[in-house]
Ligand binder design. Structure first.
Ligand code: HEM
Length: 309
């Protein structure tokens, strides 16, 4: 697929992301004024991610809430040990995602344009003479990318507020040094990665860090643990924005050939939002313990209540 979020694409998306962010923060301000408290996850994080992805993939605004709620349930299928009820919710989500994205691909096939999905169809047609097979491949691709983008990015956006709230000295320092926003985003990603575990199946007998692994055995790699590895990071339990400037990379976006395709898009949203929050809401505080979905792989911060103090 190449680099789908190259500099030009991110430059084009920045204006949209900035406008949506300011509009969502206006709404946050209204809620805080009228109700005294607001759920940051629902009002800002989840809205910003679906609006940004919707703009890029071409998901009409009216369909965005449906896609967002299907993706919430669909992702239970990615859990390490899903319960039967989580699996049946995931089935419903998967069927809904299939209906929605096969319809979207059908529509782009009928009305091609200069959007990304039409571009993928054109690229696939060159590789695959069977139109139905090409449509199916693009449907899987689109659904997978949207699923991979939504929960991860909205968890990062809420985590920016939560983690900085837990570290008021760092937050105050950052307000004086807004040029350090990109480093703050990286340290939040290291400190509390939205994806905690990723899985591989061994293609052949091998050895990893002194552990023998036989062909076909499953390995769960704990990203969250690697990001707190004392052999790699000095004082890993200290949240320290300055460490990101020292060039040590975290594994929140994975690594190697499967490195996250959307890292640029996630960083764009996080950077724009954090800069705007520091400027517009210097007194924002978390008012209740956050609510997490019971998940390990694709974590989800489902509610984060905030007030202005
Ligand atoms: C903070 C936000 C995000 C986090 C923490 C995150 C995390 C990850 C991780 C850990 C992987 C590697 C998985 C593995 O090796 O098994 C990955 C892959 C991937 N991510 Fe993200 N992601 C984020 C945002 C996004 C966004 C916004 C998109 C799309 C626009 C996206 C699309 C993908 C895709 C397509 C892959 C698979 C790449 C491949 O297998 O070659 N992600 N992501």
């Amino acid at each position: 697929m190449g680099n789908v979020f190259d500099r030009r694409t991110l430059g084009d998306l920045r204006g949209h992301v900035t406008r949506i962010t300011e509009r969502l923060l206006d709404r946050l301000q209204e809620h805080l004024r009228d109700a005294g408290e607001a759920d940051f996850s629902a009002l800002v994080s989840e809205e910003l991610t679906i609006a940004a992805m919707g703009q890029w993939i071409g998901i009409p605004e009216a369909d965005q809430p449906t896609v967002r709620s299907l993706s919430h349930t669909h992702l239970y299928s990615q859990e390490l040990l899903p319960s039967p009820s989580q699996l049946s919710a995931a089935d419903v989500g998967a069927l809904g995602m299939r209906d929605y994205f096969t319809g979207l691909v059908r529509d782009r096939r009928a009305h091609p344009g200069d959007d990304v999905v039409s571009g993928w169809l054109r690229a696939w047609d060159e590789l695959e003479p069977d139109r139905e097979a090409a449509d199916e491949a693009v449907y899987y691709l689109t659904m997978f990318i949207v699923g991979a983008a939504l929960e991860t990015t909205s968890t990062l956006l809420s985590n920016l507020v939560l983690v900085l709230d837990q570290h008021p000295d760092q937050r105050n320092w950052l307000r004086e040094h807004p040029e350090q926003v990109p480093q703050a985003v990286e340290e939040v990603l290291r400190w509390d990665a939205p994806v905690h575990v990723t899985t591989r199946v061994a293609g052949e007998d091998t050895e990893l860090a002194g552990v023998r692994i036989r062909k076909d055995e499953i390995v769960h790699a704990l990203i969250a643990s690697a990001n707190h590895d004392p052999a790699r990071f000095d004082a890993p339990e200290v949240f320290d924005i300055a460490r990101a400037g020292r060039g040590l990379t975290h594994l929140a976006f994975g690594g190697g050939v499967h490195y996250c395709l959307g890292a640029g898009m996630a960083r764009l949203q996080a950077g724009v939002l954090l800069e705007a929050l520091l400027r517009r809401f210097p007194a924002l505080r978390v008012s209740k313990p956050p609510e997490w979905e019971p998940r390990v792989a694709f974590r989800r911060l489902s509610a984060l209540h905030v007030v202005e103090q």
